[in-house]
Design a protein around this ligand. Structure first.
Ligand code: UD1
Length: 338
């Protein structure tokens, strides 16, 4: 029997890639997305890529009644919850909006799941919960540090809520993503930032496309090998596949309560300048960039210890940094043609 998976935020960047992988692995998918930070472009991409059109409901996860309706219409076996705001800077301006949206929607969703006796839940968390870790590569048992932003705080609070409910008949996995980048190799799916991108790779591809005049490297005086910050950049398709692996593992668990947490990264730290060089090498393009001041709130370096996820879920990334940057560039060129 095919399992039906509810994917909230399924019209967004990571959500849409995960929907495509779920369909490829023979799951039925139901998407809920309020389209507040995206449009229907990636829904169309899913259809073109998978030749499948999942049921889609343009509703807000804070809307209990509408969510109830989705659970009435579909026999949901498990939920993957992506729907959330993720702009670190914006969250400092609008903390209540972030808490209401990210924490509120989690609570609403868990309440509806309880009403319909749906127990399996995968949560989209972030390495931001570690802050600047004392030891790197960072393992899942590293202490949770004071949040650097309201966005980071919402991820920490959500993880705590999930921990609390998993003592009562809920099975959950939190996936702590490092820096998701890239696009589907088919160029049917990719990132569609609204306005000026905050994240590095969309800024790089928009600069290469001439949409932005030049890229600024935020800080070149950090105590790292070339002075710029270090992150762990994970291809979005590998990340999507990690969700499918986590889901299979979760559904296998026969106990009525369950909680596990996995880092999802490559295990390798790359500096901002190394990412720029890799982009130039992978795409034979010269980027215009300047060295600027540090961005407030940035941690100096963080990358994942991936021992646990590779052992438990038998998952490892398949794509290189160059692959991700090539795919991101193919996607950017495609959307510029539209
Ligand atoms: C942060 C969080 C991540 C979260 C994401 C959401 C941490 C460690 N990471 O990612 O968990 O999911 O926000 O958006 O808290 N950079 C430039 N120039 C630019 C843009 C970025 O130099 O124009 C640099 C940044 O200073 C940073 C690196 O590129 O060193 C990556 O930045 P970004 O893509 O914004 O992601 P994080 O801030 O690492």
């Amino acid at each position: 029997m095919k399992k039906t998976i509810l994917v909230t935020g399924g019209a967004g960047y990571i959500g849409a890639h995960t929907v495509a992988e779920l369909i490829a692995q023979n799951y039925d998918v139901v998407i809920v997305d309020n389209l507040s930070v995206c449009d229907e472009t990636l829904l169309l991409g899913i259809e073109l890529l998978t030749k499948t059109k999942p049921s889609f409901y343009p509703i807000d996860c804070n809307d209990y009644k509408s969510l109830q309706n989705v659970f009435k219409l579909h026999n949901i076996d498990a939920v993957i919850h992506f729907a959330a705001f993720k702009a670190v800077g914006e969250s400092t301006q609008k903390p209540l909006v972030y808490h209401y949206n990210n924490v509120g929607s989690l609570i609403t969703l868990l309440r509806v799941m309880e009403e319909f006796n749906v127990k399996d839940f995968i949560f989209s968390s972030s390495c931001t919960v570690y802050g600047q870790p004392d030891t790197i590569p960072v393992t899942e048992d590293a202490p949770i540090k004071k949040a650097e932003s309201p966005y980071g705080a919402t991820k920490q609070i959500c993880e705590q809520i999930i921990k609390d409910v998993t003592s009562q008949n809920v099975k959950a996995i939190s996936l702590r993503y490092f820096n998701p980048i890239g696009a589907h190799p088919s160029a049917e799916l990719g990132e569609l930032p609204i306005g000026t991108p905050n994240n590095l790779v969309p800024f790089i591809t928009q600069t290469a496309a001439g949409v932005r005049q030049q890229l600024t490297v935020f800080g070149t005086d950090y105590p790292t090998r070339d002075g710029s910050c270090i992150r762990d950049y994970i291809h979005v398709v590998d990340l999507a596949k990690a969700h499918v692996a986590a889901l299979a593992y979760l559904l296998e668990q026969s106990s009525s309560t369950f909680l596990d947490i996995f880092n999802v990264g490559t295990g390798e730290g790359k500096t901002v300048l190394e990412v720029i060089e890799a982009f130039e090498r992978a795409n034979q393009i010269t980027l215009t960039y300047t060295k600027g001041p540090r961005r407030p709130g940035d941690v100096i370096q963080v990358y994942a210890d991936t021992t646990y996820i590779s052992k438990k879920l038998n998952w490892k990334p398949e794509y290189t940094l160059e692959d991700a940057l090539q795919h991101a560039w193919q996607w950017e060129k495609k959307i510029r043609k539209r």
